[in-house]
Design a protein around this ligand. Structure first.
Ligand SMILES: C[S@@+](CC[C@H](N)C(=O)[O-])C[C@H]1O[C@@H](n2cnc3c(N)ncnc32)[C@H](O)[C@@H]1O
Length: 399
């Protein structure tokens, strides 16, 4: 059963729309489950032995597996279906959004004008340039990408992201699709009880799904979030107000934030953000995060595990989006070594951290607590995979 939007910005699908949305989620489950298993088995039985026969060795990296898999029928079928299913994710929610857009935009504008008393804020900067890597292509095939506005006070892209990810995630991201933030914020609170953050920043927050868990995990902290896309931020603010969580959303480029005159942050966080940036911008984000942190503060990024942590077949599997899902920087990002990125930004090598965090929604509090005392990290077949026992990877550094 797919987990649909439940807060005040919920829009009601017709029965036909709902069954289409459920169908798309189930089709994704089939592709990522059954078809992915078939593809793996074809690799083990045919493709890898042929490659070893030809080269006299196992493949060295994901790119080599990708070249070998291109001719494999199960892979071509998997990819064709997955691309089409990704397009259907968005198409399955667009009619519902279009029918409800007027009312939705009115609600969002009312929240911007009045809030609902929980004290969150929204600050937009109409003059801010949308970076070309957002403006020039529809990231993960989402029509109009994050930034497109169809009129004043438009929040359609926010609704598209929220409802689309509900279909995309097949119910695996928890009821508010906040599982990444909820699991990792809880993990950090348990692992570092001495860390009492007063200010937290989320970079590339989109609609704030993984921002709000930080406010819940650290109720004493002031939570800020930045993104370049106005329609997402309008929606994020109205969503937070409707959920009764205080957070401050600002339209800002994460590579050049201007929180002038304000003290620094104790935690600078991002989730699923860095892989959408060209490598030069990734490096700029790390430098900016370090600049914004107070001494003793923590920078933390959630992403898929990097290629240096995965076997060639897993690397090939995770890099799929880079080739077929309009995420052109995904592989380049996963090829970067997290430790090197932190050190290049000025963090001390000894302050580097890396964690595997089990999903709170899928595995529960007890499993999460068991991971708090673990030493070292082991990337397994559940890490980053949309599986029923998913685990999240994150890394960063103390300043
Ligand atoms: C995949 S989404 C992030 C998802 C979000 N963090 C979450 O957990 O749901 C990437 C976001 O980064 C934003 N973005 C891209 N470049 C940016 C930049 N330079 N500064 C701030 N936000 C940026 C996009 O507008 C988009 O909302």
């Amino acid at each position: 059963m797919t987990d649909y939007v439940r807060h005040d910005l919920r829009i009601e699908p017709t029965r036909d729309e709902l069954s289409r949305q459920r169908f798309v989620s189930e089709m994704r489950r089939h592709i990522l489950g059954d078809l992915a298993r078939e593809m793996r088995s074809a690799y083990d039985k045919r493709v890898e032995p042929a490659l070893i026969g030809e080269k006299g060795r196992k493949p060295e990296d994901g790119a080599e597996v990708h070249r070998a898999m291109r001719g494999e029928r199960s892979y071509r079928f998997y990819s064709a279906l997955r691309v089409n299913c990704q397009k259907l994710v968005w198409r399955s929610v667009i009619p519902t959004i279009e029918r409800n857009l007027h009312g939705l935009n009115r609600k969002v504008a009312a929240a911007a004008a009045n809030g609902n008393g929980c004290g969150g804020t929204l600050e937009l900067r109409p003059g801010l340039d949308t970076p070309p890597y957002v403006a020039n292509h529809d990231v993960h095939l989402m029509p109009g990408c994050y930034h497109t506005e169809r009129g004043n006070d438009d929040a359609a892209a926010g609704a598209l992201y929220d409802n689309g990810t509900a279909v995309f995630s097949m119910g695996l991201f928890g009821s508010e699709r906040a599982d990444i933030g909820a699991s990792i914020a809880r993990f950090i609170a348990l692992k570092f009880p001495q860390l009492r953050p007063r200010r937290i920043l989320d970079m590339g927050c989109s609609i704030g799904s993984n921002t709000l868990p930080w406010a819940r995990a650290f109720p004493e902290a002031e939570v800020h979030a930045v993104d370049v896309a106005a329609p997402l931020l309008r929606y994020a603010h109205a969503r937070a107000e409707s959920l009764g969580v205080k957070a401050h959303f600002r339209q800002m480029d994460a590579t050049a934030c201007d929180f002038d005159g304000e003290p620094g942050f104790d935690i600078v966080w991002s989730s699923m953000f860095l892989h959408e940036l060209p490598p030069k911008k990734v490096r700029a984000v790390f430098r900016e995060a370090r600049r914004l942190l107070r001494p003793g503060g923590l920078m933390l990024h959630m992403e898929l595990p990097p290629n240096c942590r995965t076997e060639p077949y897993e690397s090939f599997y995770f890099d799929w989006d880079s080739y077929y899902n309009q995420e052109p920087y995904y592989k380049a990002f996963r090829d970067m070594r997290p430790l090197d990125c932190c050190v290049a930004a000025g963090f001390d090598e000894s302050n580097f951290v890396e964690f595997i965090v089990p999903s709170l929604a899928r595995n529960g509090e007890q499993e999460l607590q068991a991971y708090v005392s673990r030493k070292g990290i082991a990337v397994d077949e559940n890490t980053g995979r949309l599986s029923p026992t998913i685990r999240w990877y994150c890394f960063g550094a103390w300043k």
